[in-house]
Design a binder for this molecule. Structure first.
Ligand code: FAD
Ligand code: NDP
Length: 513
Protein backbone atom coordinates (compact mmCIF):
# COMPACT_ATOMS: atom_id res chain seq x y z
CA UNK A 1 0.00 0.00 0.00
CA UNK A 2 2.80 2.39 1.05
CA UNK A 3 4.69 1.58 -2.17
CA UNK A 4 1.61 2.26 -4.25
CA UNK A 5 1.10 5.57 -2.47
CA UNK A 6 4.74 6.65 -3.04
CA UNK A 7 4.44 5.72 -6.72
CA UNK A 8 1.27 7.79 -7.01
CA UNK A 9 2.91 10.76 -5.27
CA UNK A 10 5.89 10.50 -7.65
CA UNK A 11 3.55 10.48 -10.64
CA UNK A 12 1.67 13.52 -9.34
CA UNK A 13 4.95 15.32 -8.74
CA UNK A 14 5.93 14.59 -12.32
CA UNK A 15 2.61 15.98 -13.63
CA UNK A 16 3.17 19.20 -11.64
CA UNK A 17 6.69 19.60 -12.98
CA UNK A 18 5.43 18.82 -16.48
CA UNK A 19 2.82 21.53 -16.22
CA UNK A 20 5.40 24.07 -15.06
CA UNK A 21 7.75 23.00 -17.88
CA UNK A 22 5.01 23.47 -20.48
CA UNK A 23 4.37 26.95 -19.08
CA UNK A 24 8.09 27.74 -19.10
CA UNK A 25 8.41 26.60 -22.73
CA UNK A 26 5.25 28.25 -24.04
CA UNK A 27 5.61 31.32 -21.78
CA UNK A 28 1.85 31.07 -21.25
CA UNK A 29 -0.26 30.46 -18.19
CA UNK A 30 -3.38 28.37 -18.32
CA UNK A 31 -5.69 31.00 -16.81
CA UNK A 32 -5.83 34.80 -16.94
CA UNK A 33 -7.09 34.77 -13.37
CA UNK A 34 -7.11 32.19 -10.64
CA UNK A 35 -8.99 32.92 -7.43
CA UNK A 36 -8.23 30.93 -4.28
CA UNK A 37 -11.36 30.95 -2.10
CA UNK A 38 -14.95 30.75 -3.32
CA UNK A 39 -16.57 33.02 -0.74
CA UNK A 40 -18.17 36.45 -1.06
CA UNK A 41 -15.09 38.23 -2.45
CA UNK A 42 -13.61 35.41 -4.52
CA UNK A 43 -16.80 34.49 -6.37
CA UNK A 44 -17.61 38.13 -7.12
CA UNK A 45 -14.11 38.72 -8.50
CA UNK A 46 -14.10 35.56 -10.61
CA UNK A 47 -17.56 36.18 -12.12
CA UNK A 48 -16.74 39.81 -12.91
CA UNK A 49 -13.46 38.83 -14.60
CA UNK A 50 -15.29 36.24 -16.70
CA UNK A 51 -17.63 38.99 -17.98
CA UNK A 52 -14.60 40.43 -19.76
CA UNK A 53 -14.17 37.19 -21.67
CA UNK A 54 -11.15 36.12 -19.60
CA UNK A 55 -10.23 32.55 -18.73
CA UNK A 56 -10.95 32.27 -15.03
CA UNK A 57 -10.80 29.53 -12.39
CA UNK A 58 -11.80 29.36 -8.72
CA UNK A 59 -10.48 26.96 -6.12
CA UNK A 60 -12.62 26.49 -3.04
CA UNK A 61 -12.14 24.02 -0.24
CA UNK A 62 -13.78 23.86 3.18
CA UNK A 63 -11.65 22.40 5.93
CA UNK A 64 -14.12 20.78 8.37
CA UNK A 65 -14.39 22.54 11.74
CA UNK A 66 -12.65 20.84 14.68
CA UNK A 67 -16.10 19.42 15.52
CA UNK A 68 -16.41 18.02 11.99
CA UNK A 69 -18.92 20.46 10.50
CA UNK A 70 -18.51 21.11 6.79
CA UNK A 71 -20.47 22.85 4.05
CA UNK A 72 -20.56 23.73 0.36
CA UNK A 73 -19.49 26.48 -2.05
CA UNK A 74 -20.08 30.13 -1.13
CA UNK A 75 -17.84 30.83 1.85
CA UNK A 76 -18.58 32.08 5.34
CA UNK A 77 -21.49 34.42 4.59
CA UNK A 78 -23.61 31.84 2.81
CA UNK A 79 -22.86 28.82 4.97
CA UNK A 80 -21.88 29.88 8.48
CA UNK A 81 -22.38 33.64 8.59
CA UNK A 82 -24.78 36.32 7.39
CA UNK A 83 -27.39 34.07 5.79
CA UNK A 84 -28.08 31.40 8.43
CA UNK A 85 -27.56 34.06 11.13
CA UNK A 86 -30.16 36.43 9.66
CA UNK A 87 -32.64 33.59 9.17
CA UNK A 88 -32.26 32.46 12.78
CA UNK A 89 -32.53 36.10 13.88
CA UNK A 90 -35.80 36.18 11.94
CA UNK A 91 -36.95 33.05 13.79
CA UNK A 92 -36.38 34.92 17.05
CA UNK A 93 -38.13 38.08 15.81
CA UNK A 94 -41.16 35.98 14.92
CA UNK A 95 -41.25 34.77 18.52
CA UNK A 96 -41.50 38.38 19.71
CA UNK A 97 -44.10 39.10 17.01
CA UNK A 98 -46.19 36.22 18.34
CA UNK A 99 -46.25 37.91 21.74
CA UNK A 100 -47.18 41.25 20.13
CA UNK A 101 -49.85 39.55 18.03
CA UNK A 102 -52.00 38.82 21.06
CA UNK A 103 -52.24 42.55 21.81
CA UNK A 104 -53.40 43.03 18.23
CA UNK A 105 -56.23 40.55 18.65
CA UNK A 106 -54.64 37.31 17.45
CA UNK A 107 -55.67 34.32 19.45
CA UNK A 108 -52.45 32.33 19.74
CA UNK A 109 -52.99 28.88 21.22
CA UNK A 110 -50.78 28.34 24.28
CA UNK A 111 -48.21 27.12 24.98
CA UNK A 112 -46.25 28.37 21.98
CA UNK A 113 -42.88 26.67 21.59
CA UNK A 114 -40.05 26.57 19.13
CA UNK A 115 -38.55 23.44 17.56
CA UNK A 116 -34.87 23.85 16.70
CA UNK A 117 -34.72 20.91 14.29
CA UNK A 118 -37.50 22.35 12.10
CA UNK A 119 -35.79 25.76 11.89
CA UNK A 120 -32.34 24.26 11.35
CA UNK A 121 -33.52 21.94 8.59
CA UNK A 122 -35.27 24.78 6.75
CA UNK A 123 -32.26 27.10 7.06
CA UNK A 124 -29.82 24.36 6.01
CA UNK A 125 -31.97 23.47 2.98
CA UNK A 126 -31.94 27.10 1.90
CA UNK A 127 -28.16 27.32 2.35
CA UNK A 128 -27.73 24.15 0.25
CA UNK A 129 -29.82 25.74 -2.50
CA UNK A 130 -27.43 28.71 -2.44
CA UNK A 131 -24.43 26.35 -2.70
CA UNK A 132 -26.01 24.85 -5.78
CA UNK A 133 -26.87 28.31 -7.19
CA UNK A 134 -23.22 29.38 -6.90
CA UNK A 135 -22.05 26.31 -8.82
CA UNK A 136 -24.59 26.97 -11.57
CA UNK A 137 -23.57 30.62 -11.81
CA UNK A 138 -19.90 29.68 -12.20
CA UNK A 139 -20.83 27.22 -14.92
CA UNK A 140 -23.02 29.77 -16.72
CA UNK A 141 -20.24 32.32 -16.66
CA UNK A 142 -17.70 29.70 -17.79
CA UNK A 143 -15.60 29.97 -14.65
CA UNK A 144 -13.80 26.69 -13.98
CA UNK A 145 -14.46 25.47 -10.42
CA UNK A 146 -12.03 23.22 -8.58
CA UNK A 147 -13.17 21.82 -5.24
CA UNK A 148 -9.57 21.84 -4.00
CA UNK A 149 -7.39 23.33 -1.33
CA UNK A 150 -4.87 25.65 -2.98
CA UNK A 151 -1.30 26.46 -2.04
CA UNK A 152 1.46 28.27 -3.90
CA UNK A 153 4.19 26.31 -5.68
CA UNK A 154 5.62 29.39 -7.35
CA UNK A 155 4.29 32.90 -8.02
CA UNK A 156 2.22 31.73 -11.00
CA UNK A 157 1.52 28.16 -9.96
CA UNK A 158 -1.04 26.80 -7.52
CA UNK A 159 -1.11 23.23 -6.30
CA UNK A 160 -4.69 22.11 -5.69
CA UNK A 161 -5.46 19.11 -3.50
CA UNK A 162 -8.83 17.37 -3.34
CA UNK A 163 -10.26 15.83 -0.18
CA UNK A 164 -8.97 12.46 -1.38
CA UNK A 165 -5.45 13.83 -1.92
CA UNK A 166 -5.62 14.11 -5.73
CA UNK A 167 -3.33 16.86 -6.97
CA UNK A 168 -3.91 19.34 -9.81
CA UNK A 169 -1.47 22.02 -10.86
CA UNK A 170 -2.94 25.25 -12.18
CA UNK A 171 -1.03 28.19 -13.58
CA UNK A 172 -2.34 31.72 -13.92
CA UNK A 173 -1.23 35.16 -15.01
CA UNK A 174 -2.93 36.81 -12.01
CA UNK A 175 -3.83 35.23 -8.69
CA UNK A 176 -6.31 36.55 -6.13
CA UNK A 177 -6.26 35.26 -2.56
CA UNK A 178 -9.75 35.39 -1.00
CA UNK A 179 -9.56 32.68 1.63
CA UNK A 180 -11.33 34.55 4.44
CA UNK A 181 -10.99 33.53 8.07
CA UNK A 182 -12.17 30.96 10.59
CA UNK A 183 -13.28 31.26 14.22
CA UNK A 184 -10.51 31.17 16.81
CA UNK A 185 -10.41 28.66 19.64
CA UNK A 186 -8.81 29.79 22.92
CA UNK A 187 -6.60 26.71 22.96
CA UNK A 188 -4.92 27.85 26.22
CA UNK A 189 -8.20 27.06 28.03
CA UNK A 190 -8.42 23.39 29.04
CA UNK A 191 -11.34 21.67 27.33
CA UNK A 192 -12.04 24.60 24.96
CA UNK A 193 -11.30 22.68 21.78
CA UNK A 194 -12.55 19.30 22.96
CA UNK A 195 -15.95 20.44 24.20
CA UNK A 196 -16.65 23.85 22.64
CA UNK A 197 -18.22 24.76 19.33
CA UNK A 198 -18.02 27.96 17.26
CA UNK A 199 -20.29 29.73 14.80
CA UNK A 200 -18.95 27.26 12.21
CA UNK A 201 -21.00 24.57 13.99
CA UNK A 202 -23.96 26.39 15.52
CA UNK A 203 -25.99 26.85 12.33
CA UNK A 204 -25.53 23.19 11.36
CA UNK A 205 -26.57 21.62 14.67
CA UNK A 206 -29.35 19.11 14.13
CA UNK A 207 -30.53 19.32 17.74
CA UNK A 208 -31.07 22.35 19.93
CA UNK A 209 -27.91 23.59 21.67
CA UNK A 210 -29.94 23.86 24.90
CA UNK A 211 -28.58 25.97 27.73
CA UNK A 212 -25.74 27.84 26.04
CA UNK A 213 -22.75 29.88 27.14
CA UNK A 214 -21.43 32.23 24.45
CA UNK A 215 -17.95 33.56 25.17
CA UNK A 216 -17.01 36.94 23.64
CA UNK A 217 -18.92 40.19 23.28
CA UNK A 218 -18.71 41.23 19.68
CA UNK A 219 -20.91 40.90 16.55
CA UNK A 220 -20.89 37.09 16.40
CA UNK A 221 -21.40 36.60 20.11
CA UNK A 222 -24.21 39.08 20.62
CA UNK A 223 -26.06 38.16 17.45
CA UNK A 224 -25.98 34.42 18.21
CA UNK A 225 -26.82 34.92 21.90
CA UNK A 226 -29.67 37.20 20.81
CA UNK A 227 -31.39 34.69 18.57
CA UNK A 228 -30.78 31.79 20.97
CA UNK A 229 -32.52 33.81 23.69
CA UNK A 230 -35.27 34.76 21.26
CA UNK A 231 -36.13 31.16 20.45
CA UNK A 232 -36.43 30.46 24.15
CA UNK A 233 -33.06 29.01 25.15
CA UNK A 234 -31.34 29.80 28.43
CA UNK A 235 -28.42 31.86 27.09
CA UNK A 236 -25.48 33.53 28.82
CA UNK A 237 -22.84 35.84 27.33
CA UNK A 238 -19.43 35.92 29.00
CA UNK A 239 -17.81 39.29 28.40
CA UNK A 240 -14.27 39.95 29.57
CA UNK A 241 -14.24 43.69 28.79
CA UNK A 242 -16.57 45.93 26.73
CA UNK A 243 -19.31 44.96 24.27
CA UNK A 244 -18.89 45.63 20.55
CA UNK A 245 -15.36 47.02 20.67
CA UNK A 246 -14.89 49.65 17.96
CA UNK A 247 -18.54 50.66 17.90
CA UNK A 248 -20.01 53.75 19.55
CA UNK A 249 -19.99 52.68 23.19
CA UNK A 250 -23.20 54.46 24.19
CA UNK A 251 -25.01 52.49 21.48
CA UNK A 252 -23.22 49.26 22.42
CA UNK A 253 -24.38 49.65 26.05
CA UNK A 254 -27.97 50.16 24.92
CA UNK A 255 -27.76 47.00 22.79
CA UNK A 256 -26.61 44.85 25.72
CA UNK A 257 -29.02 46.59 28.11
CA UNK A 258 -31.87 45.61 25.81
CA UNK A 259 -30.56 42.05 25.56
CA UNK A 260 -30.58 41.82 29.35
CA UNK A 261 -34.22 42.97 29.43
CA UNK A 262 -34.94 40.45 26.66
CA UNK A 263 -33.63 37.61 28.82
CA UNK A 264 -29.97 37.10 27.87
CA UNK A 265 -27.79 36.71 30.95
CA UNK A 266 -24.44 38.50 31.07
CA UNK A 267 -21.36 37.51 33.03
CA UNK A 268 -19.47 40.77 32.95
CA UNK A 269 -15.72 41.14 33.45
CA UNK A 270 -15.37 37.37 33.55
CA UNK A 271 -13.09 35.07 31.60
CA UNK A 272 -13.20 31.30 31.37
CA UNK A 273 -10.41 29.13 32.72
CA UNK A 274 -11.56 25.59 31.96
CA UNK A 275 -14.34 23.45 30.48
CA UNK A 276 -14.96 19.92 31.76
CA UNK A 277 -17.42 17.29 30.63
CA UNK A 278 -19.42 15.74 33.45
CA UNK A 279 -20.85 12.21 33.47
CA UNK A 280 -24.25 13.75 32.83
CA UNK A 281 -22.78 15.07 29.54
CA UNK A 282 -23.20 18.63 30.82
CA UNK A 283 -20.28 20.99 30.33
CA UNK A 284 -19.00 22.52 33.53
CA UNK A 285 -17.36 25.86 32.91
CA UNK A 286 -15.08 27.53 35.44
CA UNK A 287 -14.34 31.23 35.18
CA UNK A 288 -12.71 34.11 37.00
CA UNK A 289 -14.77 37.11 37.95
CA UNK A 290 -12.24 39.96 37.84
CA UNK A 291 -14.47 42.41 39.73
CA UNK A 292 -15.05 40.12 42.68
CA UNK A 293 -11.75 38.24 42.40
CA UNK A 294 -13.70 34.99 42.69
CA UNK A 295 -13.73 31.72 40.80
CA UNK A 296 -17.19 30.58 39.75
CA UNK A 297 -18.72 27.62 37.86
CA UNK A 298 -21.93 26.68 36.11
CA UNK A 299 -23.10 23.89 33.83
CA UNK A 300 -24.22 24.28 30.22
CA UNK A 301 -25.30 22.03 27.37
CA UNK A 302 -23.26 24.00 24.85
CA UNK A 303 -20.27 26.31 25.06
CA UNK A 304 -19.75 28.48 21.99
CA UNK A 305 -16.52 30.43 21.48
CA UNK A 306 -17.04 33.76 19.73
CA UNK A 307 -13.63 35.20 20.51
CA UNK A 308 -12.75 36.50 17.07
CA UNK A 309 -11.68 35.12 13.72
CA UNK A 310 -8.26 34.34 12.30
CA UNK A 311 -6.99 34.17 8.72
CA UNK A 312 -5.90 30.72 7.66
CA UNK A 313 -2.75 31.54 5.71
CA UNK A 314 -0.58 28.60 6.79
CA UNK A 315 -1.88 26.23 4.12
CA UNK A 316 -1.32 28.79 1.36
CA UNK A 317 2.49 28.47 1.53
CA UNK A 318 2.86 32.24 1.14
CA UNK A 319 6.50 32.17 2.23
CA UNK A 320 7.36 30.26 -0.96
CA UNK A 321 6.35 33.29 -3.04
CA UNK A 322 7.10 36.13 -0.62
CA UNK A 323 3.56 37.48 -0.03
CA UNK A 324 3.91 39.61 3.11
CA UNK A 325 1.60 39.23 6.10
CA UNK A 326 1.18 41.19 9.31
CA UNK A 327 3.16 39.27 11.91
CA UNK A 328 0.56 39.96 14.64
CA UNK A 329 -2.72 39.34 12.86
CA UNK A 330 -1.44 36.97 10.15
CA UNK A 331 -3.49 38.89 7.58
CA UNK A 332 -2.16 39.71 4.12
CA UNK A 333 -0.83 43.22 3.63
CA UNK A 334 -2.31 44.96 0.59
CA UNK A 335 -2.18 48.44 -0.89
CA UNK A 336 -5.14 50.53 -2.04
CA UNK A 337 -5.37 48.47 -5.23
CA UNK A 338 -5.55 45.20 -3.22
CA UNK A 339 -2.04 44.30 -4.50
CA UNK A 340 0.16 42.22 -2.20
CA UNK A 341 3.93 42.51 -1.95
CA UNK A 342 4.19 40.28 -5.07
CA UNK A 343 3.24 41.73 -8.45
CA UNK A 344 0.20 39.99 -10.01
CA UNK A 345 -0.85 38.45 -6.64
CA UNK A 346 -3.77 40.26 -5.01
CA UNK A 347 -5.85 39.69 -1.87
CA UNK A 348 -9.40 40.74 -0.96
CA UNK A 349 -11.93 40.32 1.84
CA UNK A 350 -11.43 39.02 5.37
CA UNK A 351 -7.92 37.74 4.66
CA UNK A 352 -6.59 41.27 4.14
CA UNK A 353 -5.16 43.56 6.78
CA UNK A 354 -7.15 46.61 7.86
CA UNK A 355 -10.30 45.92 5.86
CA UNK A 356 -13.79 45.56 7.35
CA UNK A 357 -14.80 41.91 7.76
CA UNK A 358 -18.05 42.28 5.87
CA UNK A 359 -19.59 40.61 2.84
CA UNK A 360 -20.47 43.72 0.80
CA UNK A 361 -16.93 45.15 1.10
CA UNK A 362 -15.42 41.81 0.01
CA UNK A 363 -17.80 41.66 -2.98
CA UNK A 364 -17.21 45.27 -4.03
CA UNK A 365 -13.42 44.91 -3.65
CA UNK A 366 -13.50 41.75 -5.79
CA UNK A 367 -15.56 43.29 -8.57
CA UNK A 368 -13.50 46.47 -8.71
CA UNK A 369 -10.27 44.48 -8.78
CA UNK A 370 -11.50 42.43 -11.76
CA UNK A 371 -12.49 45.63 -13.57
CA UNK A 372 -9.07 47.17 -12.95
CA UNK A 373 -7.30 44.01 -14.11
CA UNK A 374 -9.34 43.39 -17.26
CA UNK A 375 -11.75 46.22 -17.86
CA UNK A 376 -9.62 49.36 -18.19
CA UNK A 377 -11.05 50.79 -15.00
CA UNK A 378 -8.89 52.56 -12.44
CA UNK A 379 -11.56 52.79 -9.74
CA UNK A 380 -10.36 51.79 -6.28
CA UNK A 381 -12.51 50.42 -3.47
CA UNK A 382 -13.52 53.18 -1.07
CA UNK A 383 -13.67 51.78 2.46
CA UNK A 384 -14.96 55.03 4.00
CA UNK A 385 -18.47 55.25 5.42
CA UNK A 386 -19.25 51.55 5.11
CA UNK A 387 -22.62 50.97 6.79
CA UNK A 388 -23.17 47.93 8.97
CA UNK A 389 -25.77 46.43 11.26
CA UNK A 390 -25.53 44.24 14.33
CA UNK A 391 -28.53 41.91 14.17
CA UNK A 392 -29.21 41.73 17.89
CA UNK A 393 -32.85 41.37 19.08
CA UNK A 394 -33.11 45.15 18.85
CA UNK A 395 -30.95 45.86 15.81
CA UNK A 396 -28.17 48.44 15.77
CA UNK A 397 -27.22 49.99 12.44
CA UNK A 398 -24.60 52.63 11.84
CA UNK A 399 -22.53 54.41 9.25
CA UNK A 400 -19.57 56.72 9.69
CA UNK A 401 -17.83 57.77 12.88
CA UNK A 402 -18.77 56.87 16.43
CA UNK A 403 -19.08 59.79 18.83
CA UNK A 404 -15.76 58.79 20.43
CA UNK A 405 -13.97 58.67 17.07
CA UNK A 406 -15.45 62.02 16.01
CA UNK A 407 -14.30 63.63 19.27
CA UNK A 408 -10.86 62.14 18.78
CA UNK A 409 -10.61 63.38 15.17
CA UNK A 410 -12.14 66.84 15.54
CA UNK A 411 -12.27 67.68 19.27
CA UNK A 412 -15.47 67.83 21.31
CA UNK A 413 -15.87 71.60 20.70
CA UNK A 414 -16.11 70.97 16.97
CA UNK A 415 -18.81 68.33 16.88
CA UNK A 416 -22.55 68.51 17.46
CA UNK A 417 -24.50 65.42 18.45
CA UNK A 418 -28.24 65.33 17.75
CA UNK A 419 -30.14 62.57 19.50
CA UNK A 420 -33.58 61.17 20.29
CA UNK A 421 -35.19 58.43 22.35
CA UNK A 422 -38.22 57.38 20.32
CA UNK A 423 -40.98 54.79 20.52
CA UNK A 424 -41.68 52.76 17.38
CA UNK A 425 -45.42 52.95 16.68
CA UNK A 426 -45.58 49.14 16.54
CA UNK A 427 -44.41 48.98 20.18
CA UNK A 428 -47.30 51.04 21.55
CA UNK A 429 -50.27 48.67 21.15
CA UNK A 430 -47.97 45.73 21.91
CA UNK A 431 -46.95 47.47 25.17
CA UNK A 432 -43.30 46.85 24.42
CA UNK A 433 -40.65 48.76 26.32
CA UNK A 434 -38.77 51.16 24.03
CA UNK A 435 -36.19 52.43 26.53
CA UNK A 436 -33.31 51.47 24.23
CA UNK A 437 -34.76 52.78 20.94
CA UNK A 438 -32.29 55.57 20.35
CA UNK A 439 -30.89 57.59 17.45
CA UNK A 440 -27.72 59.60 17.41
CA UNK A 441 -26.30 61.73 14.64
CA UNK A 442 -22.79 63.10 14.90
CA UNK A 443 -22.12 66.25 12.86
CA UNK A 444 -19.35 68.76 12.39
CA UNK A 445 -20.27 71.92 14.25
CA UNK A 446 -19.26 74.46 11.57
CA UNK A 447 -21.91 76.19 9.46
CA UNK A 448 -22.48 73.35 7.00
CA UNK A 449 -22.72 70.72 9.73
CA UNK A 450 -21.56 67.77 7.61
CA UNK A 451 -22.82 64.48 9.02
CA UNK A 452 -19.94 62.36 10.29
CA UNK A 453 -21.87 59.43 11.73
CA UNK A 454 -25.39 58.08 12.10
CA UNK A 455 -26.38 55.48 14.69
CA UNK A 456 -29.81 53.88 14.99
CA UNK A 457 -31.15 51.28 17.41
CA UNK A 458 -34.56 49.93 16.61
CA UNK A 459 -36.55 47.61 14.37
CA UNK A 460 -35.14 47.02 10.88
CA UNK A 461 -32.01 49.07 11.60
CA UNK A 462 -30.23 47.62 8.57
CA UNK A 463 -33.00 48.75 6.22
CA UNK A 464 -33.07 52.21 7.79
CA UNK A 465 -29.32 52.82 7.72
CA UNK A 466 -28.86 51.47 4.18
CA UNK A 467 -30.78 54.41 2.68
CA UNK A 468 -29.21 57.10 4.81
CA UNK A 469 -25.75 55.70 4.00
CA UNK A 470 -26.14 57.04 0.45
CA UNK A 471 -26.70 60.55 1.74
CA UNK A 472 -23.73 60.36 4.07
CA UNK A 473 -21.53 58.95 1.29
CA UNK A 474 -22.54 61.98 -0.78
CA UNK A 475 -21.51 64.34 2.03
CA UNK A 476 -24.98 65.12 3.42
CA UNK A 477 -25.25 67.93 5.96
CA UNK A 478 -27.59 68.44 8.90
CA UNK A 479 -29.56 71.24 7.12
CA UNK A 480 -30.07 68.93 4.10
CA UNK A 481 -31.34 66.20 6.38
CA UNK A 482 -33.78 68.68 7.92
CA UNK A 483 -35.09 69.40 4.40
CA UNK A 484 -35.67 65.68 3.84
CA UNK A 485 -39.35 64.89 4.22
CA UNK A 486 -40.05 61.90 6.44
CA UNK A 487 -42.30 58.96 5.66
CA UNK A 488 -45.00 58.81 8.29
CA UNK A 489 -45.37 56.81 10.46
CA UNK A 490 -41.98 55.05 10.36
CA UNK A 491 -38.99 54.72 12.66
CA UNK A 492 -36.68 56.08 9.93
CA UNK A 493 -38.74 59.26 9.94
CA UNK A 494 -37.42 60.00 13.42
CA UNK A 495 -33.99 60.62 11.88
CA UNK A 496 -35.38 63.47 9.77
CA UNK A 497 -36.79 65.05 12.92
CA UNK A 498 -33.64 65.07 15.09
CA UNK A 499 -33.34 68.50 16.70
CA UNK A 500 -32.16 68.10 20.31
CA UNK A 501 -28.41 68.44 20.77
CA UNK A 502 -26.59 66.61 23.51
CA UNK A 503 -24.87 69.88 24.33
CA UNK A 504 -28.24 71.48 25.19
CA UNK A 505 -28.87 68.94 27.95
CA UNK A 506 -32.58 68.96 26.99
CA UNK A 507 -34.70 65.83 27.32
CA UNK A 508 -34.29 63.88 24.06
CA UNK A 509 -37.46 61.82 24.44
CA UNK A 510 -39.75 62.13 21.43
CA UNK A 511 -43.32 62.93 22.42
CA UNK A 512 -46.43 62.95 20.27
CA UNK A 513 -46.50 61.48 16.79
P1 FAD B 1 -15.10 33.81 2.94
O1 FAD B 1 -16.51 34.09 2.64
O2 FAD B 1 -14.77 33.32 4.30
O3 FAD B 1 -14.61 32.75 1.84
C1 FAD B 1 -13.35 32.15 1.86
C2 FAD B 1 -13.44 30.79 1.19
O4 FAD B 1 -12.12 30.31 0.91
C3 FAD B 1 -14.09 29.74 2.08
O5 FAD B 1 -15.02 28.98 1.34
C4 FAD B 1 -12.93 28.87 2.52
O6 FAD B 1 -13.32 27.57 2.85
C5 FAD B 1 -12.05 28.94 1.28
N1 FAD B 1 -10.64 28.61 1.49
C6 FAD B 1 -9.86 28.91 2.56
N2 FAD B 1 -8.60 28.49 2.34
C7 FAD B 1 -8.59 27.90 1.12
C8 FAD B 1 -7.58 27.29 0.33
N3 FAD B 1 -6.32 27.20 0.75
N4 FAD B 1 -7.93 26.80 -0.88
C9 FAD B 1 -9.20 26.89 -1.35
N5 FAD B 1 -10.20 27.46 -0.65
C10 FAD B 1 -9.88 27.97 0.57
N6 FAD B 1 -20.97 40.14 7.13
C11 FAD B 1 -21.95 40.99 6.74
O7 FAD B 1 -21.73 41.84 5.88
N7 FAD B 1 -23.21 40.90 7.28
C12 FAD B 1 -23.52 39.99 8.22
O8 FAD B 1 -24.66 39.95 8.68
C13 FAD B 1 -22.51 39.08 8.63
N8 FAD B 1 -22.79 38.14 9.54
C14 FAD B 1 -21.82 37.26 9.91
C15 FAD B 1 -22.13 36.31 10.85
C16 FAD B 1 -21.18 35.41 11.27
C17 FAD B 1 -21.53 34.36 12.28
C18 FAD B 1 -19.87 35.47 10.70
C19 FAD B 1 -18.82 34.48 11.12
C20 FAD B 1 -19.54 36.42 9.76
C21 FAD B 1 -20.52 37.33 9.36
N9 FAD B 1 -20.24 38.32 8.42
C22 FAD B 1 -21.22 39.20 8.05
C23 FAD B 1 -18.90 38.45 7.81
C24 FAD B 1 -18.86 37.83 6.39
O9 FAD B 1 -19.35 36.52 6.44
C25 FAD B 1 -17.43 37.85 5.87
O10 FAD B 1 -16.92 39.15 5.97
C26 FAD B 1 -17.35 37.41 4.41
O11 FAD B 1 -17.86 36.12 4.23
C27 FAD B 1 -15.89 37.44 3.94
O12 FAD B 1 -15.80 37.00 2.60
P2 FAD B 1 -14.41 36.49 2.01
O13 FAD B 1 -14.63 36.31 0.54
O14 FAD B 1 -13.30 37.34 2.44
O15 FAD B 1 -14.16 35.06 2.70
P1 NDP C 1 -14.26 40.28 17.14
O1 NDP C 1 -12.80 40.13 16.95
O2 NDP C 1 -14.89 41.52 16.66
O3 NDP C 1 -14.59 40.13 18.71
C1 NDP C 1 -14.07 39.13 19.51
C2 NDP C 1 -14.72 39.17 20.89
O4 NDP C 1 -14.19 38.10 21.68
C3 NDP C 1 -14.43 40.45 21.66
O5 NDP C 1 -15.54 40.75 22.45
C4 NDP C 1 -13.21 40.05 22.53
O6 NDP C 1 -13.11 40.80 23.70
C5 NDP C 1 -13.57 38.62 22.87
N1 NDP C 1 -12.42 37.76 23.18
C6 NDP C 1 -11.30 37.59 22.46
N2 NDP C 1 -10.50 36.67 23.04
C7 NDP C 1 -11.13 36.26 24.16
C8 NDP C 1 -10.82 35.32 25.19
N3 NDP C 1 -9.69 34.62 25.16
N4 NDP C 1 -11.70 35.15 26.20
C9 NDP C 1 -12.85 35.87 26.23
N5 NDP C 1 -13.21 36.75 25.28
C10 NDP C 1 -12.36 36.95 24.26
O7 NDP C 1 -14.88 39.00 16.47
P2 NDP C 1 -16.27 38.50 15.94
O8 NDP C 1 -16.00 37.07 15.70
O9 NDP C 1 -17.43 38.84 16.76
O10 NDP C 1 -16.46 39.22 14.54
C11 NDP C 1 -15.52 39.11 13.49
C12 NDP C 1 -15.94 39.98 12.35
O11 NDP C 1 -16.99 39.34 11.62
C13 NDP C 1 -16.50 41.32 12.77
O12 NDP C 1 -15.48 42.28 12.88
C14 NDP C 1 -17.47 41.65 11.68
O13 NDP C 1 -16.87 42.48 10.72
C15 NDP C 1 -17.84 40.32 11.05
N6 NDP C 1 -19.25 40.07 11.39
C16 NDP C 1 -20.21 40.91 10.87
C17 NDP C 1 -21.52 40.76 11.23
C18 NDP C 1 -22.54 41.70 10.69
O14 NDP C 1 -22.26 42.41 9.75
N7 NDP C 1 -23.74 41.77 11.24
C19 NDP C 1 -21.94 39.73 12.15
C20 NDP C 1 -20.88 38.90 12.63
C21 NDP C 1 -19.58 39.09 12.25
P3 NDP C 1 -12.20 42.15 23.80
O15 NDP C 1 -13.01 43.25 23.20
O16 NDP C 1 -11.95 42.28 25.24
O17 NDP C 1 -10.94 41.87 23.02
Amino acid sequence: MATLWRRRERLLGVSGRLCRTVRALSGKNEYDLLVIGGGSGGLACAKEAAQFGRKVAVLDYVEPSPQGTKWGLGGTCVNVGCIPKKLMHQAALLGSALKDAQHYGWNIAQPVHHTWSVMAQAVQNYVKSLNWGHRVQLQDKKVKYFNMKGSFSDPHTIRGLTKGGKETIVTAENIVIATGGRPKYPTHIAGALAYGITSDDLFWLKESPGKTLVVGASYVSLECAGFLTGIGLDTTVMMRSIPLRGFDQQMASLVTEHMECYGTKFLKRCFPTKVEKLESNKLQVTWKNTDLGTEETDCFDTVMWAVGRAPDVKTLNLDAVGVKTNSETGKIIVDASEATSVPHIYAIGDITEGRPELTPTAIAAGKLLARRLFGQSSELMDYDNVPTTVFTPLEYGCVGLSEEAAVQCYGSDNIEVYHAYYKPLEFTVAERDATQCYIKMVCLREREQRILGLHFIGPNAGEVIQGFALGIKCGATYPQLMKTVGIHPTCAEEITKLHITKRSGLDATVTGC
